[in-house]
Ligand binder design. Sequence first.
Ligand code: DGL
Length: 265
Amino acid sequence: MNRDSAIGVFDSGIGGLTVLQRIMEALPRENTVYLGDTARSPYGTKSVETVLRYSFENTDFLLEKGVKLVVVACNTSTAIALESLKENVSVPVIGVIEPGVRGALEKTRNGKIGVIGTEATIQSGAYSRALKEKDSGVEVYSRACPLFVPLVEEGWLDNAVVKMTVESYLGSLKQSGIDTLILGCTHYPLLKKTIQKFLGRGVRLVDSAEETAKQVQTTLKKRSLARERGKGAPSFFVTDAPDRFIKVGQRFLGEKVESAVRIER
Ligand code: DGL
């Protein structure tokens, strides 16, 4: 493992490509290895025990590839498994929650912060714990939005069904007077425009993917692990047939996923 080793990124499936995209933009010299556990996605409705096991298996795969750092792009995995992964893995492990929390605390003016995510993420209380640990004065309003994931994967980002769903999930958050909302799921950045429109310009949206890329950059620099020359390239691995990943991937990555290798699970 050295400066030229790749950055490993895993997610329950396709959504983590939003995080990969930001990493590739911020660190164009770095090679990346992305694993999408498409055969076992979604994680957001699964038990703690199962998400823990999957997260360790994904990390082991990336370590076998010789990565120098692991990014847990999935909010659900971060909420449930990040601490145990950090304790058991010898390379730095970065999740998406802490960067999102930092971004939210920088942005809020009135201390009222909303968090949206999968059922498992919200139930874990990880965001609200992390926010209160850093600032005990903040008020946190959380809401699980499970239907956002299938809507985004269907490519429905701003039609009437999406608008109704946004209204119904976020209505009470709007009422509570939040001025900042953490998009605590890989898929939600794609709904930014629709969510922003509903909540109005007074509410700032925090995209964890952007904040996570910043943290990856800082960590590599601090540990003298940043690659200094060349142009990086991504490689993709999935646990189910790659067709759908390749087809839908572009929407999340902003560029074409040329190919993905299926691994056995
Ligand atoms: N990647 C998941 C997350 O960010 C969303 C999809 C799923 O439930 O697996 O929480």
